[in-house]
Design a protein around this ligand. Structure first.
Ligand SMILES: C[S@@+](CC[C@H](N)C(=O)[O-])C[C@H]1O[C@@H](n2cnc3c(N)ncnc32)[C@H](O)[C@@H]1O
Length: 405
């Protein structure tokens, strides 16, 4: 199910599609969402839609959007690490943008929608709750598939029955997509519905009968996996139980903490932000456990260097900024020994903040026997905090050991 297979149902031939692939597929699923235990009435993809998950009760976007959300779900949202909550808000914004576009399309194409709805068996009332289900179905199950001439075209995606049963793994996937000819030659696919889509199994892994086949969705952090897909890799929990955090992959976003340093309320905060934005270094500041030594991202070091340099000189005049610009252009290694010591100390403070706020959330997961997903999500949230805590501790150790990054 993709823009090519759905286009003719919704748009006149030759007219540029007014909806993105995500919006179009979500609209189709929204219209044909199965009611209760019934099958989907979609004449095109009904059997496939009927086999999809019937709800996303355990997904954090559902808790944000559903009006009748219970106290338990609300309290889980409140226990998310700030960087994860932030990412969830961004997902929510994307969702609302798509909902706005789809609602507008339904309003301006009411005749088409009414004709479809004869088969669609849906409530006439526009329902945000149904759209969350449709949109999350797309967001958690779509796969990259080259349909358009440009490889970065956002419409290069498809829903793919059977393949979308595959769960994610970070270690050796059992099924790996083979680049199509269109991918290899960076050209439009020859066939209208895209080139053949094939997969290989790795030569260095043995798959036994009955074993689960995994895909790798991408090299995503737990924050992204949780917000986009509603689960986390348990690697940090496993590592903690084996007292081996130093070997576990881990990443922490520190946007909210750094934004408190560089805020409009702090000296030069707004100007420092503008300089970082202009140079492309604003935001996406992270700490990483691997590869060793555990380290801050170069973006974070660059932002902290500028902050301390401006504060030390009480100025952000161009001549003062020059040594900082020289560092990012590779003309010098650092601004000064003092500046290096200052940003390293502020990184220790950032790690201490992370450690202090993570600790109360560890070993406090809740169990609910009446809601199957509740204990799972509660444990996922604890894993997110364990990861924040462990990555902060390992980065702090690196700094105190005097590691160079
Ligand atoms: C494309 S579906 C994968 C198949 C899924 N089990 C199903 O048939 O509904 C993606 C969803 O599967 C679940 N999932 C995938 N990989 C997982 C993993 N490693 N651990 C836990 N849940 C996972 C998440 O709920 C995710 O949103």
């Amino acid at each position: 199910m993709n823009v090519r297979t759905l286009q003719a149902t919704y748009f006149a031939r030759g007219i540029p599609a007014p909806l993105t692939a995500t919006q179009l597929i979500s609209l189709h699923l929204y219209l044909y969402r199965p009611r209760g235990e019934e099958n989907s009435s979609d004449p095109l993809f009904g059997p496939y839609i009927s086999a999809l998950p019937r709800n996303f009760d355990g997904h954090p976007l559902t808790w944000l959007v559903e009006p009748a959300i219970s106290i338990e779900e609300n309290s889980l949202l409140e226990t998310l690490p700030p960087s994860v909550y932030d990412a969830l808000q961004q997902l929510h914004t994307r969702f609302l943008e798509d909902w706005t576009a789809v609602s507008e399309f339904m309003r301006t194409n009411s005749t088409t929608i009414e004709q479809l709805s004869i088969h669609a068996n849906r409530d006439s009332q526009i329902s945000l709750v149904d759209f969350v289900w449709a949109w999350l179905t797309v967001n958690t199950r779509c796969i990259y598939y080259r349909l358009k001439a440009s490889k970065s075209d956002p419409d290069n995606l498809t829903m793919c029955p059977i393949l979308d049963f595959a769960n994610h793994t970070t270690v050796l996937p059992h099924i790996t997509p083979v680049p199509t000819n269109a991918d290899l030659w960076d050209a439009a696919p020859i066939k209208r519905l895209g080139d053949d889509f094939s997969f290989i199994s790795p030569g260095d892994a043995t798959i036994k009968a009955g074993e689960e086949l995994y895909l790798t969705y991408g090299s995503h952090s737990n924050r992204t996996l949780f917000v986009e897909y509603g689960f986390v890799n348990q690697n940090f929990e496993d590592a903690v139980s084996k007292m081996n955090c130093e070997e576990a992959e881990g990443e922490v976003h520190v946007q909210d903490i750094v934004e408190q340093l560089i805020s409009p309320d702090t000296p030069f905060g707004s100007i420092i932000k503008n300089v970082l934005c202009d140079e492309g270094y604003w935001g996406d500041w992270t700490l990483h456990a691997l590869p060793k030594p555990a380290h801050p991202s170069y973006r974070l070091i660059t932002a902290l260097r500028l902050y301390h340099h401006a504060i030390a000189h009480h100025s952000v005049q161009e001549d003062i900024l020059k040594p900082w610009r020289d560092v990012i252009m590779g003309l010098r290694e650092n601004i000064s020994g003092i500046n290096e010591a200052q940003w390293r100390q502020s990184l220790v403070n950032i790690c201490d903040t992370l450690i202090a706020r993570a600790e109360p959330h560890i070993r406090v997961r809740s169990e609910r026997e009446d809601k199957l997903w509740y204990s799972r999500i509660s444990s996922n949230i604890e894993t997110l905090w364990i990861e924040e805590n462990a990555v902060a501790m390992t980065v702090k150790t690196s700094i105190l050991r005097g590691e160079e990054f």
